[in-house]
Design a protein around this ligand. Structure first.
Ligand code: FES
Length: 576
């Protein structure tokens, strides 16, 4: 980490503003047009606030106000804030899935920062894919950048009972389908489950990824846990603005502090939190942007030694608001400090060790002592076998234990519509021991690898009291979901992965202890099926979809575009 401070004429923005030439005149006169004097910006770091606010994103509804608070900090520290809106990825509304557009936001972030006079960046996101997307773009651009998480919304409420985003939707939807709650109850839940701005307040993908990014060193200490509606969140926004200006003078860039140790810390944090399986895909993508080798197996290795101690739904009982009051991520990290690489550096120029120094836990029921961990180790497992040669993932802690060693006959659905049409058919040949298989739900097959992986339990089994079954797909699963769901099967069925060859009645065997997932069909028969398999037609003839299908990688590789990976430098634009 450099200690030399940049001089104003070394700022990137100086190329736009500093020269006494024709273009310099244009940039300054047009800045004057916006009401700014030279005193406002000349010789100061220009800070791009990449804001993913939108009317269609409830998780970021407070971002117009928060951007003002970030600006306040930037002005105070002697910077010049410039807000730059970027596409929002609104988990509830964007179809077919936000994951289809994660790389688009990553590209937009990188190119916004490159093509405009940005010396540094504040990245404002939080709703699921916005966090990895913004950080992926910033890593590739590699100018000083800091992440400002949206913060979780407050607890949901229904007749005085806690409601958690996602988790309670799945739970009460199953109850409604089983006939144990009424339509009126369901509507009351609809009106109480999301009652303030902020991202999902369970340990879903949003809380998982904002926490992972904090552990990675990309936020100020403690930023990820503060509820969006808490005034401390507004103050954190200003502090983030103040800090990024200093980062510019220090020339502290993402790739100066991101190393293998940072990713180990982020993975360990995710495991201790009981975080979303989506983190595997995103952290691999982030690592590849940073030039840090990271394979699926590293998650399994770290999982074997990391206790799950955050008693937060869906794995536990509480919600992010409780987690914050209990001390938040800093307290959790302090509790597992021996499992972390403490000298990993972070955006505030100090080490993780310094950032968690003095962190205390105020509620042992929410952040559990290690001896009372929800799961002592192995809360996440990476599976391999002839059904998933490049890997698959399961959260054993979220499954009924009887299913962790299980063999059963496959009930296969060729795609989501096939499943939706037949899953509740009273004549479907399915029992509680069957293995439900969904094909064509991966990065290319769906497309976009949607969160379909918590495949529904057939209605007739729900009515018999069955609440969990072994389910397998190449899809992802919402971090708020639960069940014996094998996800991210790679290679996916759409490109001819073995999942494409499964037929009704085939025996499938899962052994989580051995990390094995096997299709018990002999090799000759599989070879015959492979020879008969036909590559499905491409989904897109033009547009972003065509670019996506040409370049997206598989789940075990992070689902980034192949041409966006790596650290090969892209030249700054010429200014003529
Ligand atoms: Fe935005 Fe869940 S919907 S984080």
């Amino acid at each position: 980490m450099t200690t030399r401070r940049k001089r104003p004429e070394e700022l990137r923005s100086y190329r736009w503003y500093g020269k006494s030439d024709l273009r310099g005149f244009g940039h300054r006169s047009r800045t004057a047009q916006m009401g700014y004097s030279r005193e406002d910006y000349l010789g100061k770091p220009v800070i791009a606030i990449v804001n993913t606010w939108s009317d269609i994103n409830p998780c970021h509804a407070h971002f117009r106000q928060r951007a003002e608070e970030v600006k306040r900090g930037i002005w105070q520290a002697g910077g010049f804030p410039v807000e730059m809106p970027a596409i929002t990825l609104s988990e509830p509304f964007q179809k077919p899935t936000t994951m289809l557009y994660r790389n688009l936001l990553a590209m937009e972030t990188e190119e916004l920062l490159r093509s405009y006079p940005a010396d540094g960046a504040v990245l404002m996101g939080g709703c699921d894919k916005t966090t990895p997307a913004l950080v992926m773009g910033a890593i590739s651009m590699n100018i000083p950048a800091i992440f400002m998480p949206a913060g979780p919304m407050l607890r949901g409420d229904w007749r005085g009972k806690l409601l958690g985003s996602g988790s309670d939707v799945w739970k009460y939807w199953a109850e409604l389908r089983a006939g144990t709650i009424t339509e009126q109850t369901w509507e009351e839940i609809e009106n109480g489950i999301a009652r303030t701005y902020g991202h999902c307040m369970t340990m879903g993908t949003a809380s998982t990824m904002t926490s992972a990014v904090e552990a990675l060193g990309f936020t100020l200490p403690g930023a990820a846990s503060i509820p969006a509606a808490d005034s401390r969140h507004a103050r954190m926004a200003s502090e983030t603005g103040r800090r990024v200006v200093e980062m510019v003078w220090e020339d502290l860039k993402p790739r100066d502090f991101l190393e293998a140790a940072s990713f180990d810390n982020a993975i360990t944090a995710v495991l201790a939190l009981g975080g979303s399986t989506n983190a595997l895909v995103h952290l691999i993508a982030l690592a590849r942007r940073a030039g840090v080798p990271l394979a699926l197996d590293r998650f399994d290795e770290l999982s074997r030694r990391t206790p799950l101690i955050a008693n937060v739904r869906p794995a536990g009982k509480f919600l992010m608001e409780d987690f914050y009051y209990a001390g938040g991520l800093r307290a959790l990290l302090a509790r597992i400090r021996d499992l972390l690489v403490l000298d990993a550096r972070t955006v505030n120029g100090t080490t993780l060790d310094e950032n968690i120094a003095g962190a205390e836990c105020y509620n042992d029921e929410v952040i559990l002592p290690r001896e009372r961990a929800l799961v002592a180790s192995g809360s996440l497992a990476v599976l391999r076998g002839n059904l998933a040669p490049d890997g698959a993932v399961i959260k054993p802690a979220a499954a009924e234990p009887r299913l962790l060693q299980h063999a059963g006959p496959a009930v296969v659905f060729a795609n989501y519509n096939d499943m939706a049409a037949r899953i509740d058919d009273p004549d479907l040949r399915v029992t509680a021991d069957s293995v439900i298989v969904l094909q064509n739900a991966g990065p290319l097959g769906a497309p976009g690898m949607p969160e379909w992986g918590q495949l529904p339990i057939p209605k007739k089994l729900l009515a018999q009291g069955v609440r969990d079954m072994l389910r397998i797909s190449d899809a992802r699963m919402s971090g708020t979901s639960y069940g014996a769901c094998v996800l991210h099967v790679a290679p996916e069925s759409f490109v001819g992965g073995p999942l494409a060859l499964v037929r009704d009645g085939d025996l499938i065997e899962l052994d989580v202890t051995a990390r094995r997932l096997q299709l018990k069909v002999d090799d000759d028969e599989l070879a015959r099926r492979r020879a008969a398999w036909k590559k499905p037609p491409q989904k897109f003839e033009r547009g972003f979809g065509a670019l996506y299908q040409q370049h997206v990688t598989q789940a075990n590789e992070g689902c980034d575009f192949d041409f966006l990976e790596g650290t090969t430098p892209t030249p700054d634009p010429e200014i003529h």
